[in-house]
Ligand binder design. Sequence first.
Ligand SMILES: C[S@@+](CC[C@H](N)C(=O)[O-])C[C@H]1O[C@@H](n2cnc3c(N)ncnc32)[C@H](O)[C@@H]1O
Length: 325
Amino acid sequence: MNNNRLLQQILFPNHIFTFDDFPSDFQELAGDLRQLSCTPTYPWAQYFYFSLIKKHNLTDRGMAGEFGVAKGGMSHFLGRLFKPNHQKVYSFDTFKGAPFASGPKENPYYKKGDYQSLEGESQLSQFQDAIKSFGLEETIIPWMGDFSAADFDFKAPGKFSFIHIDCNLYESTKSALDIVWDKVIDGGVIVLDEFFHSSLGVKNAATQFFINKGLHPVYHLVFPYSVVIIKGEVAQDPNPDIEGNFYDFDLMKENHCFRDALKINVNVLERGPFPTLENAKLFLGLLNRPTTSHDVHLYLWLMRDFWNGFYQPLSKYEQRGIITK
Ligand SMILES: C[S@@+](CC[C@H](N)C(=O)[O-])C[C@H]1O[C@@H](n2cnc3c(N)ncnc32)[C@H](O)[C@@H]1O
């Protein structure tokens, strides 16, 4: 591929993923978890949840839980955050990958066994080894099994203040919400990862769950594709978007690191000509003005290169001398 083609491909929001100027207290908690996490969403998801957990004092107010653990990066991160307050972290997974493929209520995308360990050792024993090496044996409780199965039986010993739902599939997400909703404190946080995804499983499951409950949650956007729900929150915005959902950009607006990363992205693209400069500028503009639920569609449009499957660290271009820092 010639350089011109490559230059055309320096797409938004690449540079945001190479940002590494996070505060030191966050670096200490998450800096070594890249290999055990999904990239994306590491490190942004961790940083957004770190800020949220601190802001709402969630480690004082209940336990944490994760539905969909895989290599365990997020569970370890939660373990480190909740351990000082002696709160447990429950980590639910088959530890053998997705128990079934995408079903009729979502677009075909996931296959049975996705995310299973490709190394010989079982994912559960790898997770347990890491728990031990991080000194989190008293904090993290792995729970092995299909949580969508009829015989799934979990009795929580207390209430949850933070739940990370990251299991991709409609049935898994719907089951996780059914299992955990009543066990979350008022003001507790529930994350739905991959809410924005072409498979639509997570979004469809949440929509069905909240229709059944007669609730209208506010979905707080977290870059790049998850949303945060605060249990009990009522939308301030009088108008939902065209699909009937309420969205809020506050978490991205108040996150200084994220705004810095966006500014860097604009600066890099200004060295162009890169056609995606416009996307980066419009994104920054979105975070600098009052927004409504309808702005979610602008967000999705500005992120179209990302949805189209293009994701490469900008450092690759730097290494090849296509652009310089
Ligand atoms: C995207 S991975 C989780 C990534 C992890 N949260 C992270 O941040 O690194 C999705 C996981 O969900 C698990 N999963 C999906 N449906 C499940 C179900 N019904 N029961 C148990 N585990 C499930 C899969 O086994 C897989 O490990």
